[in-house]
Design a protein around this ligand. Structure first.
Ligand SMILES: [Ca+2]
Ligand SMILES: [Ca+2]
Ligand SMILES: [Ca+2]
Ligand SMILES: [Ca+2]
Length: 348
């Protein structure tokens, strides 16, 4: 028995050249080969006898699986997996931006979590927020059917058994688009391939909404609120309300627009002037962008009972939002004002 244990230890710890080291002038020690994809020394020739760049007799090419030490496609290379193939390599997308991945170099190791088909390769992202905020993501431009699973408040290492926000087949197509609140702290985003896909280029776009807010519904809606309970996130800007840069608290309503789609928005704080108690300013922006429309005082508004000599309610009419993206209607106040409001909208 003692001899067997010694033999196993010898087997496990027999010295051999390490993989992952840079190729020296294209050469690698021992039986490693130089991977042209990474310019590092990798294992392949130890598995099936392939030599660098050659397809050997008797090797039947199959779909490559990255990082498993086997050269499935018989080109002499076992490619290194992408960094965010697994949960522990989740790429931080907290700053927003566009992220691309060649899915050939990922593995199928995420649970489908009852969202999308079983199978397909998957990659992991994380986002870390200082406070609850609306976050937008889409995968338009990817060349495969995408499934996006968002796990609010869960690190990627802790998503087992959790139910994600699930999105696929958005906008009548094969990609994904979603927006919604994520809490302070870390959340995980998994992008998967539907069914048994093993190739494809992923384009993931992440946009921070810059604030918390409520979802703006399609067609005619009425919302009431009190902006004094919010915080001052934005101001009307230099092109509106006389360049008002006051610190009035504001309320935000968000919506998404599909690619090649234009939505039109009407909004008014004076449909019932008795329900709005302060001098409002309303504006529409793409997240992070400038005013697409902004109005302080609409002369066609009925004056508020509290200020009968001056109509200071606000109206936007037929303002266009061109997709794809995340858009905000903001109810703000002029010169620091806040209060109860009613805003009537028509998004179509
Ligand atoms: Ca492989
Ligand atoms: Ca994976
Ligand atoms: Ca404001
Ligand atoms: Ca006003």
């Amino acid at each position: 028995m003692r001899l067997v244990v010694v033999a196993m230890l010898v087997g496990c710890y027999a010295p051999h050249p390490q993989t992952g080291a840079p190729c020296g002038d294209g050469a690698c020690p021992g039986d490693l080969v130089c991977s042209p994809a990474t310019n590092t020394c990798e294992l392949s020739s130890t598995i099936d006898g392939a030599v660098d760049g050659m397809v050997i007799d008797g090797c039947t090419p199959q779909a490559e699986i990255c990082g498993d030490g086997i050269d499935q496609d018989c080109d002499g290379v076992d490619p290194v997996c992408v960094a965010n193939d697994g949960a522990d390599g989740a790429i931080d997308v907290s700053a927003g931006g566009t992220f691309t991945v060649d899915m050939r170099y990922a593995n199928d190791d995420a649970s489908d979590a009852d969202c999308g088909g079983i199978g397909g390769r998957d990659v992991f992202y994380k986002i870390v927020l200082p406070a609850q905020e609306i976050v937008y993501a889409d995968t338009f431009g990817s060349d495969f059917r995408t499934v996006v699973r968002v796990f609010p408040g869960k690190a990627c290492s802790a998503i087992a058994g959790a139910s994600p926000v699930c999105n696929h087949d958005a906008c009548g197509g094969a990609q994904s688009q979603l927006a919604g609140p994520l809490p302070a702290g870390t959340s995980c985003i998994v992008v998967d391939q539907d069914a048994a896909a093993i190739t494809g280029m992923l384009t993931l776009r992440v946009t921070r909404g810059g604030r918390d807010g409520a979802s703006l519904g399609s067609n005619m809606q009425t919302y009431t609120g009190n902006s004094c309970t919010g915080t001052n996130v934005t101001n009307p800007g230099t092109s509106c309300a006389g360049g008002d840069t006051s610190t009035a608290e504001d309320a935000g309503y968000y919506f998404t627009v599909c690619p090649a789609q234009t939505l039109k928005l009407d909004a008014s704080t004076c449909v019932d002037a008795t329900m709005t108690a302060f001098d409002t300013v309303i504006y529409l922006r793409k997240a992070g962008g400038n005013n697409l429309g902004c109005n302080d005082d609409a002369t066609t508004c009925t004056a508020r009972p509290a200020r009968p000599t001056h109509a200071d309610g606000s109206i936007l009419t037929n303002v266009a939002s061109v997709g794809p993206g995340l858009f905000w209607l903001t109810v703000d106040g002029y010169s620091g004002a806040c209060g109860a409001f009613r805003v009537d909208t028509n998004l179509r």
